[in-house]
Design a binder for this molecule. Structure first.
Ligand SMILES: Nc1ncnc2c1ncn2[C@@H]1O[C@H](COP(=O)(O)OP(=O)(O)OP(=O)(O)O)[C@@H](O)[C@H]1O
Ligand SMILES: O=c1[nH]c(=O)c2[nH+]cn([C@@H]3O[C@H](COP(=O)(O)O)[C@@H](O)[C@H]3O)c2[nH]1
Ligand SMILES: NC(=O)CC[C@H](N)C(=O)O
Ligand SMILES: [Mg+2]
Length: 513
């Protein structure tokens, strides 16, 4: 990635920051998100073609709100401020921001009052998406107003000679009609970027970077068999060849036969060095009696690392551990970038122990799942690897709600097998982003063969998504649901009720814990 032109995004905690990155990458320009605390010296070293200041939940005039180093305005680099970003541009250039009487959320119609490069090829009037409670009350020095709406006289501003632009609305969200065009205008017309961020360039530059780091030493890769770590394994193999040691851990919370299938899938397709470790007893003993979801995740993250470090010691010259961590794992786990809130601790990010001997290589840490799939296809991975639904590292531990026991895991494994086979048999698997079943921690009354039962409830979950950041529930037809429900209750002892989860993300999440 070293040689690519890039746009730096400074994150002030907006829920939409990752969307800004996506929109830019969709135009084949590389973009990177950094915390608003990213030091000015580092910004200079990155040599960005342009900088975008994101939105954020705080108010610029609050004393503890995130600030910006004024030197950023002296770099000669084009800047686009979005919402909070525009407000920062304003107060740092002798303008003023105050709380508005009427807050503006959702749809608004803007009219262009002065056409600058940012609004090239945008109609005079268009629909944008607003989400703000503060507004600019005094224009910053040497800026002009470029658009207005019914509710606010200042919807965007610019200082074309310095190439500073600010928009009060969010061009990165799909609801802003010409948002993508506005972002393209910024990156191509104003920052003069070339569309050189392609999967091939990503692969080449990652391989070079990995080679530089690892040298001739051995490197360990945590191989779950899921899409991300499988693509990572093939990428690493290209970079370090026989020095790659893949470790697959069976933590006892995999699906039925999953570990054996994964090892076979790799043996059949690749000449990779894969070590299979059965650590189910260790994991289950550590999780005994634990019901808190976050605690489960942390125990699992720690135990994974314990195992990888034990294995690494057997080789002497291992310095790095490779994981298939993705951007959503990072953003939902820790607020490494802006001031976003922790939703859940992903085992491979927030669930890691504080002190680790191995250093991490995470080639996909800035990427989304669909981007990793595209890289996998470019690297020639067979579709059976690429199309697999995601499976979380903690596995069935976060799907057996409440206490995890071997008995409850076995019930869920049997149910899951039936659900997955039905999806495949009925040709629905590929239409769904992720599907699974959850064993609830309650029992309900049923009647079977004239007898009273008091048994477990299963919730089925199936969602559509592109990147796991947002998701909607899949619309099955009733016949399918009826059939699966019957099969599960008939075939799996201990289950007398099946329900289907019809919540989207947000407000729910995909997994239940
Ligand atoms: N059972 C496992 N053995 C070894 N490493 C694992 C295991 N489960 C997870 N990991 C590591 O944790 C990382 C994150 O898991 P995650 O489930 O997000 O990714 P994945 O399994 O590679 O892909 P997918 O999201 O498609 O399941 C993996 O990329 C892998 O490096
Ligand atoms: O490797 C992982 N380790 C984890 O700890 C973890 N938690 C959730 N997931 C997966 O992430 C995606 C988003 O899930 P949520 O909407 O439940 O946060 C979904 O695809 C989840 O299956 C995890 N993956
Ligand atoms: N979405 C935003 O960036 C909001 C900025 C600021 N908190 C406001 O309410 O105006
Ligand atoms: Mg997985």
């Amino acid at each position: 990635m070293l040689h690519l032109q890039k746009i730096l995004i400074l994150d002030f905690g907006s829920q939409y920051t990752q969307l800004i990155a996506r929109r830019i990458r969709e135009s084949n320009v590389y973009s990177e998100i950094h915390s608003h605390e990213f030091p000015i010296q580092k910004i200079k070293e990155e040599k960005p073609q342009g900088i975008i200041l994101s939105g954020g939940p705080m108010s610029v005039y609050d004393s503890d709100s995130p600030k910006i180093d004024k030197e950023i305005f002296e770099l000669g680099v084009p800047i686009l401020g979005i919402c909070y970003g525009l407000q920062l541009l304003t107060i740092n250039n002798n303008g003023m921001v105050e709380p508005a009487e009427k807050r503006e959320y959702g749809k608004a119609k803007i009219s262009i009052t002065q056409r600058d490069d940012l609004f090239k090829n945008i109609p005079d009037e268009s629909i944008v998406w607003m989400s703000h409670g503060d507004y600019v009350t005094k224009l910053p020095e040497n800026f002009i107003v470029t658009s207005k709406s019914e509710n606010s006289p200042i919807c965007s501003i610019s200082n074309s000679s310095k190439k500073f632009y600010g928009v009060q609305f969010h061009p990165e969200v799909a609801h802003t009609e010409f948002g993508k065009q506005i972002i393209d205008n910024f990156i191509f017309n104003i920052c003069n970027c070339k569309p050189d961020w392609t999967t091939i360039n990503f692969i080449d530059s990652s391989i070079e970077e990995i080679k530089n780091k690892v040298g001739n030493n051995k490197v360990i890769l945590a191989l779950s068999g899921g899409v991300d770590s499988s693509v990572a394994a093939v990428l690493l193999h290209k970079a370090v060849k026989e020095n790659l040691i893949c470790i697959h851990v069976d933590h006892g919370m995999m699906r039925k036969n999953e570990s054996a299938d994964i090892i076979k899938m790799f043996k059949d397709n690749y000449d990779l060095n894969v070590i299979h470790i059965d650590a189910s007893e260790l994991f289950l003993s550590k999780l005994k009696g634990v019901i808190d979801p976050e605690q489960k995740r942390k125990i699992i993250g720690n135990t994974f690392i314990e195992i990888f470090e034990n294995e690494a010691r057997k080789f002497h010259d291992v310095e790095y551990l490779v994981q298939g961590t993705l951007y959503p794992d990072v953003i939902e786990s820790v607020s490494v970038k802006g001031k976003s809130v922790t939703i859940k601790t992903h085992h491979n990010v927030g669930g890691l122990p504080e002190k680790m001997n191995l250093k991490l290589i995470e080639p996909f840490r800035e990427l989304f799942k669909d981007e990793v799939r595209a890289i996998g296809r470019e690297l020639g991975l067979p579709e059976i690897f690429i199309k697999r639904h995601p499976f979380p590292g903690p596995g069935l531990a976060v799907r057996v709600l409440g206490e995890i026991t071997k008995e409850r895991l076995d019930i869920l494994r049997d149910v899951d097998e039936i659900f997955m086979n039905e999806l495949i048999d009925k040709n629905i698997y590929d239409k769904i982003w992720q599907a699974f079943s959850v064993l609830l921690p309650i029992q309900t009354v049923g009647v079977m063969g004239d007898n009273r039962t008091y048994e477990n409830v299963i919730a089925l979950r199936a969602v559509t998504s592109t990147d796991g950041m947002t998701a909607d529930w899949f619309r099955f037809d009733y016949e399918f649901l009826e059939n699966v429900s019957n099969k599960i209750i008939r075939m799996v002892r201990g289950v007398n009720r099946v329900v289907y989860d019809i919540s989207s993300k947000p407000p729910a999440t995909i997994e239940w814990e």
